[in-house]
Design a protein around this ligand. Sequence first.
Ligand SMILES: [Zn+2]
Length: 103
Amino acid sequence: MVRKAKPFTLKNGELYKIDQDNKLRRCLTTIETQMVMKELHEGPIGGHFVTKLTHKKILDVEYWWPTMFRDLHDYCRSCDACQQTKGLAIQSLAKLMKSLPKE
Ligand SMILES: [Zn+2]
């Protein structure tokens, strides 16, 4: 039986997760997660990307918390701008589909 090492470590008094790609990702507090989600979803470098892309961005800046994917999903779902653009995207897709020549 192989025992997995605990994928966490302490560095300068802060908790880091050792991820599958061997990167150290700092574990954030609840308050920090809200700030990071806001910044990386709605901020100047955000761009209102879907959950998966925003999730990747947060991993890229090397942050982590246990419920990040679920939190992001809820965050994106409750974002007004996203709900509106999603609606628009579906409308324009429907229009595009109608305008395509049928074979
Ligand atoms: Zn959004």
